[in-house]
Design a binder for this molecule. Structure first.
Ligand code: PMT
Length: 222
């Protein structure tokens, strides 16, 4: 039945922001609340899947007992936790807003204010979706997100190819009702074969249901 159409599937979802420490009291992060990822986790759970969540720091009220839940902070930790699970998964959804850069050094003590300006050196973080995409096995499905502010469609499709996704969900910061923090989103879903659909602005739970329906249209779905 439609209700249990993901029964028997193991699903990994990365969600939330990552926090990249500068010193014991400060970090670099972004505005992800985890709402989109949590809506997906709930949708997969209610449709019968076994759901594994790797979440950056979020403040949402979550019933973690429904999921196999791992809390992480940094991109490095998110990668390590996701990498351990990846081989067992049928479906991976990369909904996290992972910091692309992290401070080159984490100061062991609080960085002191002085009269001088301060420059922070950043180094590139691991790209979790890209690295796991290299290990994707036949039959395994990878779903990416793209959060864009310009050339949205081109950038999303470039990420689909580069990261070896089967499907990518574009949300644009330029569209009203879409993106970070909100209870709603508006998405454009691109399949590998070029087919795409666009949603209206809708609650993230409704958007999640739509994404699950689109996953079932992916050519490798069995
Ligand atoms: O959490 P909410 O407040 O509900 O907001 C939802 C959301 C906007 C965060 C979500 O819908 C979303 O778009 N998530 C992806 C945000 C993002 O970082 O997109 P990106 O275009 O920078 O990354 C492309 C893809 O690669 C994403 O699937 C991302 O998870 C993945 N990635 C990126 C960088 C990195 N180092 N590792 C990754 O796995």
């Amino acid at each position: 039945s439609k209700e249990q159409d993901f029964k028997g599937k193991k699903v990994l979802i990365t969600m939330g922001p990552t926090q990249e420490a500068l010193d014991p009291v400060r970090f670099i992060s972004n505005h992800s609340s985890g709402k989109m990822g949590l809506a997906l986790a709930n949708a997969f759970h209610s449709r019968g899947a076994e759901v594994y969540v790797v979440s950056g720091p979020i403040t949402l009220d979550v019933d973690k007992s429904k999921f196999n839940w791992t809390d992480v902070q940094s991109a490095k930790e998110m990668y390590s936790a996701s990498n351990k699970l990846h081989g067992l998964m049928d479906i991976c959804v990369f909904a996290a807003a992972v910091a692309d850069y992290a401070p080159a050094q984490i100061a062991s003590e609080k960085i002191k204010k002085s009269d001088a300006e301060l420059t922070i050196e950043l180094v590139k973080n691991v790209d979790i979706a890209l690295e796991l995409g290299k290990q994707k096995r036949p039959g395994q499905l990878h779903i990416g997100f793209a959060l864009e502010t310009e050339n949205e469609k081109e950038n999303a499709n470039a990420k689909l190819d580069k990261k070896n996704f089967d499907l990518i969900v574009l949300n644009s910061m330029k569209e009203k009702g879409a993106g970070f923090q909100l209870d709603t989103n508006r998405v454009h879903i691109f399949q590998k074969d070029g087919k795409s659909i666009s949603s209206e602005v809708a609650n993230k739970s409704k958007i999640a249901a739509l994404i699950l329906d689109q996953i079932k249209l992916a050519p490798v779905w069995v």
